[in-house]
Design a protein around this ligand. Structure first.
Ligand code: ADP
Ligand code: MG
Length: 708
């Protein structure tokens, strides 16, 4: 039975469609004709004129009007690349950068990576010939480290600025100075209507240019009762639409929060419709299996070739795209008539009071809800089904999404800014400044990892850390490893942490795949488990079939290998020695502890940990190697915290409490809670309130240590 299953569903899903099927059927002429119909095309000459006359222009337009795909092409045609300079276009999301670059290369009839290319973290598809470069805003921010004048660019398009991603906001501040130093550089900011006036004001009343466009009315249907399981509701709603409206009426777009619920929705919808069709068939009707519907997921961890499939259409089939908020404004799929909106998104949230980063499911904003609904009205009137009540729309949703800079850990960003020479952050020109609490807490974190000195200046370690495109805990871990003699191993771990899902867990073979995964477990550490997987894969000549046999995602591992190679080059360039600790895994765990000393927990009760700095109760994620492996270790550090109904910690490693004292000296202290109690252990110090307080505290600590 298992053998049958293996050849069935599984192989069909892991292999993308054959290239022929995946190819666009549009001819070059058809593409050019379609371009001419886009609203942006119709205002091309006015747009180019206003750009010629102004250094900064803000372009507003409905989603799908051609801002992203056309603007860069217009600029190139207008001669902005004639002196060998390039046009850079930033995107807040990796998927968008890749997808849009692919599209523009196709429209221009060039090979991706030649005249048109893209660059995202750890993946550079550009060459010396590249003149139109799509990239994430994070990449452009890094480029300003290398070349502060951005000399190679004649124009920068900052796309999707209304998203207010952290990096876009920081780039705005940097441009404010840069633009007066480089009068010849053009900055074009594209935005949905929200925030546009604010951007104009920020750049000294820069002109706004609106691309006129037409949208159709969208009927919004709220859920009458609160929805307890939005995946289930979305499946029910989508199958209802599919079965009651003719395929020719239009396609369906479902908004979910991330990979997990997207896959669950796709799978569930497939199952449900298969069931219904089978029933019909048994009643004698000729309904075939799912041959009238294409269910297509889109999220960032998906390989590029699979991502591209959302744009293909097959005649006589209804397309159901199940997406994250990438489809809100970044990507436009034509032909959508029905939108189903779960009403949530996954956000990275930082709590400065307790110094805690976490991923949280939060209600989207009203503005997002309306953007999502609007996607149904691009080519004709549409319907948006909201899987939440009207009350919750008004009561639970903010009017606008809070800009990332005001809700996220800024330590990485502040490290870059320090490196760029903005020593005084108070005077940095922010569009909206981050809350002081967050700035202080992030600076504090940088100081605790040794990136800043007691005066808030970058240390040598801090400068080295800034050179690596990694979160501070990871770069710290890597740099520390070269001194401790295990940088080969930590490098592998860091690379493995930079790719999504290593383990493959198909729904119909869960038990089997769980067993396969357990065979790689190193019971005291998920990090070492990753190292173990990589080492075994390497020992098997990086084989793809070996991965398949062991339920590992070959593509993810390949990517980890690629990232590892890139980081190796960077380490060589920065003179960071590559050394291996051989079979001594304690050194590695100690190094892991060094990176994450501020994210530690102490066993409390049978299955829970108490966060050492704030007492928060946390559970080990069921996918962890530590889960169900007998007695849990007394102290652990973790990589990531996930807040859902429970607090879960992901990627966990057992540590020796003495290491925590070594590396977390600033936080922890050995104490007896009560003299009479024998309960001895590590406790967090009272949270320092400001950088100065914490410095005083540290000096005190250091003195105390000497006395001892
Ligand atoms: P905007 O940036 O104004 O939202 P875009 O430039 O992204 O608009 O999209 C313009 C048009 O190009 C839309 O009709 C969209 O569907 C189409 N398009 C964009 N990317 C692709 C793609 N990869 N494949 C097919 N069509 C695409
Ligand atoms: Mg766009």
């Amino acid at each position: 039975v298992i053998g049958l299953k293996e050849t069935g569903k599984d192989s069909a899903r892991s292999d993308p469609e054959t290239p022929d099927q995946a190819q666009h059927s549009e001819s070059f002429e058809q593409i050019q004709a379609a371009r001419k119909l886009l609203p942006a095309y119709k205002v091309k000459s006015e747009l180019l004129r206003i750009i010629r006359d102004n250094q900064v222009v803000i372009v507003i337009g409905e989603t799908g009007s051609g801002k992203t795909t056309q603007l860069a092409q217009f600029l190139k045609e207008d001669g902005y690349c004639n002196d060998g300079q390039s046009i850079g276009c930033t995107q807040p999301r990796r998927v968008a950068a890749m997808s849009v670059a692919t599209r523009v290369a196709l429209e221009m009839g060039v090979k991706l990576g030649h005249e048109v290319g893209y660059s995202i973290r750890f993946e550079d598809k550009t060459s010396h010939r590249t003149r139109i470069k799509f990239m994430t805003d994070g990449i452009l921010l890094r480029e300003t480290l290398m070349s502060s004048m951005l000399d190679k660019y004649s124009c920068i398009i900052m796309d999707e600025a209304h998203e207010r991603s952290l990096n876009t906001d920081i780039l705005f501040g940097i441009f404010k100075n840069l633009l007066s130093a480089r009068r010849d550089l053009k900055l074009i900011i594209t935005s949905a209507t929200m925030n546009a006036a604010k951007f104009s004001q920020f750049f000294g009343a820069a002109p706004l240019f609106t691309i006129p466009g037409r949208t159709f009315p969208v009927q919004t249907v709220f859920s009458r009762h609160p929805v307890s399981d939005y995946v289930e509701s979305a499946i029910v709603q989508a199958s209802k639409i599919h079965l009651s409206f003719p395929i020719s009426s239009g396609d369906i777009l479902i908004f979910m929060t991330g990979q997990e619920d997207i896959e669950a929705t796709c799978e569930g919808l497939r199952e449900k419709l298969t069931g219904i069709y089978a029933k019909k068939k048994s009643r004698g009707s000729e309904a075939e299996e799912l041959d009238d519907i294409d269910i297509l997921p889109i999220y960032s961890a998906l390989p590029a070739d699979v991502q591209g499939r959302i744009f293909n259409s097959t005649p006589n089939k209804r397309k159901v795209v199940v997406a994250t908020n990438i489809a809100e404004t970044s990507l436009t799929v034509d032909g959508i008539k029905y939108v189903i909106d779960c009403g949530y998104s996954k956000l990275k949230v930082y709590n400065p009071q307790i110094g805690l980063d976490s991923l949280q499911m939060v209600p989207i904003s009203m503005a997002s809800a309306n953007q999502r609904s609007g996607r149904a009205g691009r080519t004709g009137p549409g319907i948006a089904y909201r899987l939440y009540t009207e009350d919750s729309f008004f009561d639970d949703m903010y009017v606008q999404t809070i800009p990332e800079i005001q809700r996220t850990n800024l330590s990485n960003t502040l490290l870059l800014l320090k490196y760029l020479g903005f020593s005084d952050l108070i005077s940095f020109p922010f569009v909206d400044p981050p809350p002081e609490q967050i700035t202080i807490s992030s600076l504090f974190e940088l100081w605790t990892v040794g990136a800043l000195d007691n005066f808030g200046e970058l240390t040598k370690l801090g400068r080295q850390m800034a050179a690596f495109p990694l979160q501070p805990p990871l770069s710290k871990m890597l740099l520390n490893a070269s001194m401790s003699g295990c940088s080969e191993e930590i490098l592998t771990i860091v690379s493995m942490l930079s790719v999504p899902q290593i383990f493959y867990r198909p729904k119909e073979r869960q038990e089997e795949s769980d067993q396969a995964r357990a065979r790689f477990f190193v019971p005291e550490s998920d990090h070492l488990t990753l190292l173990n997987v990589y080492a075994q894969w390497k020992a098997n000549n990086y084989s793809a079939s070996w991965c398949r046999r062991h339920f590992l995602q070959f593509k993810s591992l390949q990517r980890a290998k690629d990232i590892r190679e890139q980081l190796t080059v960077l380490m060589e360039r920065k003179n960071v020695p590559l050394v291996s600790s051989g079979s001594d895994w304690d050194v590695i765990r100690k190094c892991i502890c060094c990176g994450y000393a501020h994210q530690a927990g102490r066993l409390s009760g049978l299955s829970k940990y108490a966060h050492l700095r704030n007492g928060l109760e946390m559970r080990v994620h069921p996918a962890s190697a530590l889960f169900g492996a007998g007695d849990l270790p007394s102290y652990v550090v973790y990589h990531e915290m996930l807040l859902t109904t429970n607090e879960y910690i992901n990627m966990v490693t057992a540590v020796d409490p003495l290491w925590l004292i070594d590396y977390g000296l600033l936080f922890y202290n050995i104490s007896r809670r009560k003299e009479e109690e024998e309960d001895q252990g590590l406790y967090a110090d009272e949270s320092p309130r400001s950088l100065k307080d914490s410095i005083d505290l540290a000096i005190e600590r250091a003195l105390m240590k000497k006395e001892i």
